[in-house]
Ligand binder design. Structure first.
Ligand SMILES: *[C@@H]1O[C@H](CO)[C@@H](O)[C@H](O)[C@H]1NC(C)=O
Ligand SMILES: *[C@@H]1O[C@H](CO)[C@@H](O)[C@H](O)[C@H]1NC(C)=O
Ligand SMILES: *[C@@H]1O[C@H](CO)[C@@H](O)[C@H](O)[C@H]1NC(C)=O
Length: 491
């Protein structure tokens, strides 16, 4: 069912036949050089200045100075420009207004323009892809005109492009004339099909603006294609939950969506992970006191081991509007987990268990339950499975994402699980291996648990309270308390 849906989405994405085919204009194929269209003084792209009071936004017409005054464009304020993506129904999607509203209400001293290129976006996907260059060029001409007519500096412009709109913004950045660049481009799940693996001049890339960031949310590959681009295209590329698929977007929700939206619920589900990039960005505006951090990492498997929670040497950054605009060489892939709804923030912890394992050669049940007591809140009965299994004497590290803010971690309760399944084996172990000296059973010994909090960068060590017996026995709960603050030992 799920692959069927994803297939349908890709089918829609790549081959869609719009109900009425718009504009039978003959389009040239992708090309590397700017198309010279200097004779055009009009633009097919509409620029709508958003304000909370005007329903549809105020139309600023290219080369019409009076429309700038009429719409009250303020050239001394920064400009954020929203650029939508490919359109199936020829209408502006709901997220555009949500993003515009979040921008306008959180950044009051800002011009917010909605770029409406529906005329060229409402077409077969490959045609819309070809049109992205022309639209990028129109945006470039518009910004040049603002510079000439009202001395608006392009360095103050921030283009936010969703899906195909991300590449439109990239083309705007590469077509703008003169030595200086656009200030910032944000790509929200930049489109993958026909862009993945292309040269930097044929897609959004870090050279397109002084600073480029991207959020990748739907790069799950089906038949060699993914809706969002997988490769990094920015200075900082965020991959929430690995970037492939998003929590809360699972096919199970299709039924709820159909109940809520009727048959268009299907489209809601399909769009869910792709559009999540937009809602993460909106979240960063509404909850700007709760920054969501991403951490530089090789891949999600490594991140899941909790190995990448460092913020040293620009290794982490803030997702969304309030990102630190630091330049780094090349692109950095940042990973993070999120919740399924807004606010999306989770708190990331790395746990390190070091066991002394007295069961030589024997596989032991690797499941644990932990309860955490923090200065603000508690979390009970988190189930932990050490996926590698426990063999020999090793340190196990893993990521624990918490949906709530527990404050500073004070105490850990740990229980080695698996009694039901393992009890028999436990009994066998006891009969095979005679009880040791002092009449105690063999077991797993754990003296300390080390923890690092990603969000606060705090490192902590917890020691067992029962120093007389450091063994863990199945089903028994052990308490670990703080014994060393800011330990430097944890890396
Ligand atoms: C433009 O914004 C600046 C800075 O907030 C303000 O001082 C100025 O009055 C504004 N101009 C107009 C025409 O509203
Ligand atoms: C956690 O587990 C313990 C023991 O099984 C139980 O008594 C307690 O109610 C559980 N807490 C929650 C919040 O489920
Ligand atoms: C782990 O180390 C302890 C003592 O340090 C040793 O007795 C035990 O045999 C080791 N376990 C394994 C599986 O190597």
């Amino acid at each position: 069912m799920r692959s069927f849906l994803i297939f349908s989405l890709l089918f829609l994405f790549c081959l869609a036949v719009s109900p009425e085919t718009p504009k039978s204009r003959k389009k040239k194929g992708p090309q590397l050089l700017p198309i010279q269209r200097t004779s055009h003084s009009r633009s097919e792209t509409k620029f709508l200045l958003y304000s909370n009071t005007i329903e549809e936004g105020c139309l600023i017409e290219f080369n019409q100075f009076d429309t700038l005054e009429k719409c009250r464009f303020n050239a001394s304020l920064p400009l954020v420009m929203i650029v939508h993506g490919w359109s199936v129904d020829g209408r502006l999607e709901g997220w555009i207004w949500k993003l515009a509203e979040a921008l306008k209400s959180q950044l009051t001293q800002t011009n917010v323009i909605i770029t409406d290129w529906l005329a060229l976006a409402h077409a077969h996907y490959p045609i819309a892809v070809q049109n992205t260059r022309d639209v990028g060029q129109e945006i470039a001409r518009f910004l040049e005109w603002l510079e000439e007519s009202v001395q608006f500096s392009r360095g103050n412009a921030h283009l936010i492009g969703y899906s195909l709109g991300a590449h439109v913004s990239g083309f705007a950045g590469s077509y703008i004339r003169g030595a200086r660049k656009i200030g910032r481009i944000t790509g929200l799940d930049p489109a993958g099909p026909l862009f993945e693996g292309m040269s930097p001049t044929d897609r959004l890339s870090p050279d397109d603006a002084d600073f480029v960031d991207a959020i990748h949310t739907f790069t799950q590959q089906q038949m060699g294609l993914s809706v969002g681009i997988k490769q990094p295209v920015a200075h900082f590329d965020f991959y929430p939950n690995g970037g492939t698929f998003q929590p809360g977007c699972h096919i199970m929700h299709v039924y709820n969506h159909i109940v809520q939206y009727g048959i268009t619920g299907l489209a809601q589900t399909v769009k869910c992970a792709h559009e999540r990039s937009v809602h993460l960005f909106i979240d960063s505006l509404w909850h700007n006191n709760q920054h969501i951090k991403g951490y530089w990492c090789k891949d999600m498997q490594t991140f899941d081991k909790g190995r990448c929670l460092s913020c040293r040497a620009k290794r982490c950054n803030i997702l969304g509007y309030h990102i630190r605009k630091e330049r780094v060489p090349g692109s950095r892939r940042l990973f993070l987990k999120t919740r399924a709804q807004m606010p999306f923030k989770v708190h990331h912890y790395q746990f390190k268990f070091r066991f002394i394992n007295e069961f030589k050669e024997r596989q032991i049940d690797p499941t644990f339950t932990i309860s955490l007591t923090g200065s603000k809140d508690n979390v009970e009965n988190l189930s932990i499975t050490l996926v590698e299994g426990i063999t020999g004497n090793k340190t196990y590290t893993f990521l624990v994402p918490l949906e709530i803010d527990i404050g500073e971690l004070m105490m850990i309760k740990l229980k080695w699980e698996g009694i039901a399944i393992w009890e028999n084996i436990w009994n066998t172990v006891q009969t095979i291996i005679p009880w040791g000296k002092g009449d105690r059973r063999l077991g797993l010994i754990m003296e300390t648990i080390r923890v690092k909090a990603g969000e606060t960068q705090q490192k902590m060590t917890f020691c067992s309270q029962s120093l007389d017996d450091l063994h863990l026995y199945p089903g028994q709960e052990k308490m670990f308390v703080r014994c060393e603050v800011s330990s430097q030992r944890l890396r």
